[in-house]
Design a protein around this ligand. Structure first.
Ligand code: CP
Length: 308
């Protein structure tokens, strides 16, 4: 199969189908043991994060280091000419002159698509508002594959803030390439937004639930998310729902012994630290798969004829 990622923007997970994901995962499996550690020595990436990040930013930087490439960073926007009133287009077009790909996180939906239209370099969407986080979805599906051996037929609960969590939307669209049973579990004010739900119901077997207790013994995966405080238009709305859901260690005692508990991180109080030492906790494995998937993406974006 031709490398479907070569010189490609990664703006939305909806732009990728199952054969593309299968290709990515196969190359990731091979790269894990045969990292061509000088393969990107003539390439550089530009990190433009207009919102905070730990994992996405560090994993891209670390991935580029592992492949002997360079990365430069826009840094804190308040220390750039953004502070002097420079508009986003000019900042993007400036970075575009210096690097071969741009990793972009922004609070506004549609900004990555816009950047892909004005820049020559491929744009990798590292999170856009409540809309999408496509590389997170890729690593989330890869984690499920590695930890469960498959995706088809699994009972996967998506639990938490389904309204504002961008990783939820990208993950659901990614999973719609497979045949899992999806269980949406959230407080009522944090349910999935209606339009994407309608679209996803055509592509996935989805049921909604008020709590995990009713389905815990059937589940293979629980994917939990943080309440996205920063996305609430009204802080009073946030105050009403904060702390309204949590993974309880007693609940996990009723789960299948091979259930996996995932979280895109950062977490707040929805997964208490006492759960970290249980067999269910796989969220740091997920972090580790994140570097592998992002290394593989960078390798494939820059390498037309992959030898893997
Ligand atoms: N999962 C994720 O996007 O984490 P960061 O916000 O730390 O990058």
């Amino acid at each position: 199969m031709k490398n479907p990622f070569y010189n490609r923007d990664i703006v939305s997970i909806k732009d990728f189908q199952r054969p593309d994901l299968d290709y990515l995962f196969k190359v990731a499996d091979n790269l894990k043991t045969n990292l061509p550690n000088d393969s990107l020595s003539d390439k550089s990436i530009g990190l433009m994060f207009f919102e905070p990040s730990t994992r996405t930013r560090l994993s891209f930087e670390s991935a580029m280091n592992s492949l002997a490439g360079n990365s430069i960073s826009f840094g804190d926007p308040s220390s750039t000419s953004t502070q002097k009133g420079e508009n986003l287009s000019d900042s993007l077009l400036t970075m575009d002159q210096y690097v071969d790909a741009i990793i972009l996180r922004h609070a506004s939906e549609g900004v990555s698509r816009y950047a892909s239209e004005i820049c020559q370099s491929p744009i990798i969407n590292a999170g856009s508002g409540s809309e999408e986080h496509p590389t997170q979805a890729m690593l989330d599906v890869f984690t499920i594959m590695k930890e469960c051996g498959k995706v088809d037929g699994l009972n996967i609960a998506i639990f938490g803030d389904l309204k504002y969590g961008r990783t939820v939307y990208s993950l659901l669209y990614a999973l719609s390439n497979y045949k899992p049973n999806i269980h949406l579990v959230s407080p009522k004010p944090l349910q999935l937004r209606p339009d994407p739900l309608l679209e996803l119901q055509d592509r996935l077997n989805i049921t909604t639930h008020d709590n995990l207790q009713d389905i815990i013994s059937d589940l293979d995966v629980i994917y939990t998310t943080r309440i996205q405080k920063e996305r609430f238009p009204d802080l009073q709305e946030y105050e009403r729902v904060k702390g309204s859901y949590k993974i309880d260690i007693n609940l996990l005692n009723q789960a299948k012994e091979n259930l996996i508990l995932l979280h895109p991180m950062p977490r707040s109080d929805e997964i208490p630290s006492e759960i970290d030492n249980t067999v269910f906790a796989k969220y740091f494995n997920q972090v580790s798969y994140g570097k592998l998937i992002r290394s593989t993406l960078l390798y494939l974006i820059f390498t037309e004829n992959s030898s893997f």
